[in-house]
Write a protein that binds this ligand. Sequence first.
Ligand code: VGL
Ligand code: ZN
Length: 205
Amino acid sequence: MKALILVDIQNDFAPTGALPVPEGDQVVPVVNNLMDKFDLVVATQDWHPRDHKSFAVHHHKNPGEIILLNGITQILWPVHCVQGSKGAEFIPGLNMKKTARVFKKGQDREVDSYSGFFDNGRKKDTGLGDYLKEQGVATVYITGLALDVCVKFTALDAHALGFDTKVIIDATRPVNMNIIDAGDGDKAIARMQAVGIETLMSKDI
Ligand code: VGL
Ligand code: ZN
């Protein structure tokens, strides 16, 4: 059984959003066209409290600067995906009718959560891994935003959890902030491929 995972396809990651991903909205038609080819579709949603400590403004710093947050290196971001805000909603036009479950992440103000499976401290679990296993999923195809942040960490965790993991490159876009591990799209692809994650294009599915 194979599942399609939609990572953070939210207004704040569209080009006009608070944390703009260039061409981020262009993944929408690509993923909509893929949904029928999968047994199961699930989504993740970045869902931060307003006072989330990944927000640069709370540290009187600029987005892109780096701090240590509870012992974990934290890139500071613009305020984005605040719970209940328009920016946190899925991009209009994304077909959510086929999405069986939405897994929210980033709710704990003290720790960021790039992966759809675990927070960055690997303390809490969103339930996504157990859900996929309960549904009998063996293979996951990962799409969404941003390739070099949440898509990459979701893919690395899916692989570590034992799922046969594939990333559909043209159904993702990188934010390309070019800082430490946020890296850029090409570095993210190389890192995923290095552990055995397959990268492919939507036309090959
Ligand atoms: C993301 C930065 C901060 C993402 C989420 O979805 O890639 N990036 N929060
Ligand atoms: Zn976030």
